[in-house]
Design a protein around this ligand. Structure first.
Ligand code: SAH
Length: 506
């Protein structure tokens, strides 16, 4: 058995992307993760299968924090002595008001090997996320980080006079409750009552809120806004810059929680677009895809490779990717497309073709099957042999419309779409009204979600659809569509959300 060790790892201020590369690696390798309450929960998904997760953040309100701390020391030591790789995951940086020093000391005394992987501390992150540089040549040459709870922790007392006199930016952690007292003390210590100040709640997350006010008025302003912990206070001339440089809360989808219903392998691209606009994506695939009609696929591929088709029409990225996979599984490759004309319903599907080395000949201006049909029908299709590889549940309009003008269409059921299992936690969040918006990228996602949660749970949720077919599916399921993408792409979908302008305030 290898010798156990403990890594004290900083989890960053809230956004799970703000852990360091080293911190993430340690999480992935850990046998045991001992974590606080105030860490981004999404980070725990980095744990390898079978790793043990221990939450030591849920202390009873009246419990003795020192006793709880001693228990944490004992736990870390015991686990490491069993030969396990232990990660002690803490919010922000482990050595900034995190009792990381006491834990390192206990480990050292016990002869347990440890290392420290620093994290992005809220002391610098909270100001950054409201556009306040903690130092700035024009305003401040220093910043001072202090606790707002000196008395409670029997830590060495703060010298508020000295802090007020530095002339730099003052950052107060754990200062929400004592804010009135802190404001009074700093003014008594000589800071002008109109010193720029701010309070930042849940910095870096989709729920970030902030209040800017003069030092004297900040307690009342924070109270009015209902700010709660975790909140960081900022005081000093640099705070004024936040009025111009604030950026995170200004993003178009800041504060929105948006349900992504796409299949798991496609959810991340939409989730990333949502995050870039400031929303918190909540992924619960409503559908999953499985291979369909083996014999049909076999026959279609044989015909394609014998040059028996004039056109192949793709209506989704999945269609392209799964068809290519079927080709390869049969020892064939894209040479089978030889001289056929290739049509794609939109730029994403055309992009999927490009990734396998093919350029679409036809892409309609608008990305719907009606537009695709119209574009294809612009020239005579009489007698043309067309392969249409797509979902078994594809609407008949496209194949019927091609046949109507004399084409011979093989409507190939390439894959089946079926409802995906629901994620209990996400269903609960929907029922609790925590998710303000749901996105639908295909009619099947509408039916899938209704199957998972029922229409009732979607009451009050803003419904966004990618295009007319999806909107029609929503309408027939009894859902009012609040916005439909003008351009029927993921980007268009995200823009449509911003138009609905609904914000969830909690
Ligand atoms: N080790 C942590 C601090 C722990 S003390 C770090 O380096 O960030 C807990 C205090 O940190 C909270 O009371 C609050 O003042 C601050 N804090 C933590 N996360 C925060 C966040 N997302 N936004 C604002 N303040 C935060």
């Amino acid at each position: 058995m290898s010798a156990g060790r403990v890594s004290l790892v900083g989890a960053g201020p809230g956004d799970p992307a703000l852990i360091t590369v080293a911190g993430r690696l340690a999480l992935r390798e850990a046998d045991v993760i001992v974590h606080d309450r105030l860490i981004p929960q999404a980070l725990l998904a980095e744990a390898r299968e079978g790793a043990m997760l221990i939450d030591v953040g849920k202390r009873p309100a009246d419990g003795d924090p020192n006793a709880a701390q001693a228990e944490i020391h004992a736990l870390l030591i015991e686990r490491a002595r069993r030969g396990e790789r232990v990660v002690r995951l803490k919010g922000g940086d482990p050595f900034v008001f995190g009792r990381g020093g006491e834990e390192a000391d206990a480990l050292r005394d016990a002869g347990v090997a440890f290392d420290v992987i620093p994290g992005v501390s809220s002391a610098t992150a909270a100001p950054a996320f409201v556009g306040v540089p903690v130092t700035d040549r024009r305003y401040a040459s220093s910043f001072t980080v202090v606790t707002g709870r000196e008395a409670e922790n029997d830590a060495p007392p703060l010298n508020w006079e000295a802090i007020a006199q530095t002339g730099g930016t003052i950052v107060v952690l754990m200062g929400r409750r004592a804010l009135p007292e802190i404001s009074r003390r700093l003014i008594a210590a000589g800071l002008p009552t109109d010193t720029p100040a701010a309070a930042v709640e849940r910095a870096s997350t989709a729920q970030q809120r902030s209040v800017f006010a003069a030092l004297e008025g900040l307690p009342a302003a924070a109270e009015r806004a209902g700010l709660r912990a975790p909140t960081t206070l900022l005081i000093g001339a640099t705070v004024e810059l936040g009025e111009r440089l604030a950026w995170l809360e200004q993003r178009p989808l800041h504060g929105r929680r948006v349900l992504v219903t796409r299949p798991a392998h496609q959810a991340e691209d939409l989730a990333a677009l949502l995050r870039a606009q400031g929303a918190e994506p909540v992924v619960m695939p409503a559908i999953e895809l499985i291979d369909a009609d083996r014999a049909g696929i076999e026959a279609a591929i044989a015909r394609l490779c014998e040059a028996e088709y004039d056109d192949v029409v793709f209506t989704s990225v999945n269609g392209v990717e799964r068809f290519a996979r079927q080709l390869r599984a049969r020892g064939r490759d894209v040479r089978c497309f030889g001289g056929v004309r290739l049509a794609a319903i939109g730029p994403a599907t055309a992009g999927a073709l490009e990734r396998i080395g093919l350029i679409a000949d036809v892409v309609p201006d608008s990305y719907t099957s009606a537009a695709l049909l119209e574009t294809l029908r612009a020239e005579s299709l009489r007698g043309r042999r067309i392969l249409l590889p797509r979902s078994a549940q594809g609407a008949p309009g496209l194949s019927d419309g091609l046949r109507e003008v004399g084409a011979r269409v093989d409507d190939l059921a390439l894959y089946e779409v079926r409802a995906a299992p629901a994620d209990r936690a996400v269903v609960q969040r929907l029922r609790d009204g925590e998710i303000d918006t749901a996105t639908f990228t295909a009619p099947s996602t509408v039916r899938g979600l209704i199957g998972q949660v029922g229409a009732e749970a979607l009451r009050g949720v803003t419904i966004i659809s990618i295009g007319p077919a999806t909107s029609a599916a929503a309408a027939s399921a009894g859902l009012a569509v609040h916005a439909e993408a003008a351009v029927h792409t993921m980007q268009g979908l995200v823009e449509a959300i911003a138009e609905t302008g609904h914000r969830q305030d909690d």
